[in-house]
Design a protein around this ligand. Structure first.
Ligand code: NDP
Length: 401
């Protein structure tokens, strides 16, 4: 029985709040806080309608440590689930340290003025969390999150040595809009317009954005153009599974999406440096976010499924083995249950599950950790029960060479 503070009231915050409220035996009391309180109130009203549970709401600017400290001291949670934006990771970790509260997030820190994300900033908190007897669980969404736990499961149960890892992320859904991103547009566009990167033979290999494409077949979806991107879980996975000779991340994009993206970049709307407009400084990508569809509103009429998993090659009992583990999530079923689309759902369910693992003591160790550093079995048991069942195929054709 623990009090939990959720920060961030977007699509992911909605799913986390609802899934936590479904388990009052673990999350005895919930507060949802964000920059815009009315969004928290809307979600709280929906949670009440769907589960009968009352959750408290509050306004907080999570860029401001003193505001966070005041809120945490007033509510006294055991854990903060951070599903606002990656820019707030460090301020929320600072506030957790100051108030003696555990921490969980779904995306690693990224400075606002530079599209660069890496774990070093958060790993640097290791000693401070340990000394205070607190735990920080990093990247507990789907990717990062479940993809790393899938990899830990493969290492534990299927391989003596893993050699090649390909994380494959397909959104086979159709929301009917000309252009929309499935999670925060600013974070999403910053991520995919960067140079790509993958791990090979002990080093990072840099690629141009969208330089490598494969046509991959996804269960229940079919063939989709999949592009090599850099994704944050690669950084911790190659550290925690040093037998990996190569680790890559692939994500599907349709031609229509890529054309819009190219235009957005060509006309300067993806810029993250301020420009002067009518004597006022604005950041073009921030402005673009305010005119694009809110990812939280995409659920209605969103058809199709996501399919995210890991395709792994390695050695078991002296023989070559291939292994594919994945989850498919229906946008419509996610929307019916939570009012949010599949991408918010596949992020929010693992965040709630990870929080449950921390609060019930199954994953509790002072320090700063990535999810693959814990026993994957109890997490994966729960994941299916909470709405994200997973499947596996042994010695099938992984398609990727
Ligand atoms: P949204 O943009 O829909 O929601 C973000 C929320 O954070 C909004 O409610 C916003 O408030 C709030 N927020 C932003 N800045 C602050 C601040 N300074 N103080 C308080 N609240 C703030 O994003 P999503 O719900 O789609 O995504 C949430 C997080 O999940 C992101 O970090 C994203 O990177 C991560 N994610 C992780 C995935 C994974 O698989 N690991 C996949 C998808 C997303 P306001 O409404 O006022 O703007």
């Amino acid at each position: 029985m623990s009090k939990t503070l959720i920060i961030g009231a977007g699509g992911v915050g909605r799913v986390v709040a609802l899934k936590c409220a479904q388990h009052p035996g673990v999350f005895s009391s919930i507060m949802l806080a964000s920059r815009t309180k009315s969004k928290c109130d809307d979600i709280a009203a929906d949670v009440k309608k769907r589960t009968g549970q009352t959750i408290e709401t509050a306004r907080v600017d999570a860029d401001q440590v003193p505001e966070l400290v005041e809120l945490i001291n007033a509510f006294q949670p055991a854990l903060v689930i951070h599903v606002a934006l990656p820019y707030q990771d460090l301020t929320i970790m600072d506030a957790c340290l100051e108030t003696g509260v555990h921490y969980l997030d779904t995306a690693n820190y990224e400075p606002k003025d530079e599209a660069k994300f890496e774990y070093s900033w958060q790993w640097a908190y290791q000693d401070r969390f340990k000394q205070k007897g607190l735990m920080a669980l990093l990247g507990c969404g789907f990717d990062p999150g479940v993809t790393s736990i899938f990899t830990a499961h493969a290492a534990k149960h299927h391989f003596d040595e893993m050699h090649y890892l390909d994380i494959v992320d397909c959104n086979g859904g159709d929301h009917g809009k000309a252009f929309a991103t499935n999670f925060n547009p600013e974070i999403n566009i910053r991520e995919i317009t960067q140079k790509g990167r993958y791990w090979e033979n002990g080093d990072w290999v840099e690629t141009e954005p969208f330089e490598f494409k494969e046509v991959l077949n996804y269960p229940n979806i079919g063939k989709r153009d999949s592009y090599l991107l850099y994704h944050e879980e690669l950084e911790s996975l190659v550290k925690n599974f040093p037998t990996l000779k190569r680790a890559r991340f692939w994500m599907t994009f349709g031609q229509e999406y890529l054309t819009h993206l190219r235009v957005i970049q060509n006309i300067g709307m993806a810029r993250i440096d301020p420009v002067l407009y009518n004597g006022m400084e604005i950041v073009p990508l921030n402005f673009l976010k305010s005119v694009l569809p809110d990812p939280g509103s995409l659920g209605d009429n969103y058809s199709g499924e996501t399919s995210i998993g890991c395709r792994i090659k390695g050695i078991k009992d002296g023989k070559e083995k291939t292994y594919y583990i994945w989850n498919n999530c229906s946008h419509q079923l996610a929307f019916n249950e939570t009012g949010a689309q599949g991408v918010s759902y596949t992020t929010g369910v693992p965040a709630m599950t990870g929080a449950m693992m921390m609060l019930n003591g199954q994953w509790m160790r002072p320090g700063v950790y990535n999810v693959e550093e814990f026993n994957p079995d109890p997490f994966l048991d729960k994941l299916g029960k909470h709405g994200l069942p997973w499947h596996e195929e042994i010695n099938g054709d992984l398609e990727l060479t």
